[in-house]
Design a protein around this ligand. Structure first.
Ligand code: THU
Length: 134
């Protein structure tokens, strides 16, 4: 679990990232912030494409940014949407989170009061992962 200070920073990074979302098609702006096990925070937003299927979710943008910076594992993912209710990561993002943080904490927050805090195991029970290929 992140500390209170880390959680505050993660939420603020996720909210700031949501303002950079490239979402001209869905108009659904999402920001994410990842706490790597090094203690560093990486942010990302959703990046859509005119070829819709190429869209990258905010969570994966943030995770790929962390991995590209040299991180090996992640402890927590915070998702922010400027909506009344909180949004859980999509199935593809759950699978990508599992790759680098099978025990990660997932926290979804929004413009409203709702906040969802759940483990990745709860969101993706019985996950297929690296150990299955060993
Ligand atoms: N999206 C995310 O970025 N994260 C999620 O967890 C759910 C969906 C994005 C993808 C697309 O740009 C838009 O939200 C609508 O699906």
């Amino acid at each position: 679990m992140p500390t209170d200070l880390q959680l505050k920073k993660l939420k603020s990074a996720a909210q700031a990232a949501s303002r950079r979302a490239y979402a001209p098609y869905s108009k659904f702006h999402v920001g994410a912030a990842v706490l790597a096990n090094s203690g560093k925070i990486y942010a990302g937003c959703n990046v859509e494409n005119a070829s819709y299927g190429l869209t990258n979710c905010a969570e994966r943008t943030a995770i790929f940014s962390a991995i590209a910076a040299g991180e090996k594992s992640i402890a927590c993912v915070v998702v922010y949407t400027p909506t009344k209710t909180a949004t859980a990561p999509c199935g593809a993002c759950r699978q990508v989170i599992n790759e680098f943080g099978p025990s990660a904490q997932i926290i979804s927050c929004c413009a409203g009061r709702e906040q969802i805090a759940v483990s990745l195991e709860a969101l993706l029970p019985g996950a297929f992962g690296p150990a299955d290929l060993a």
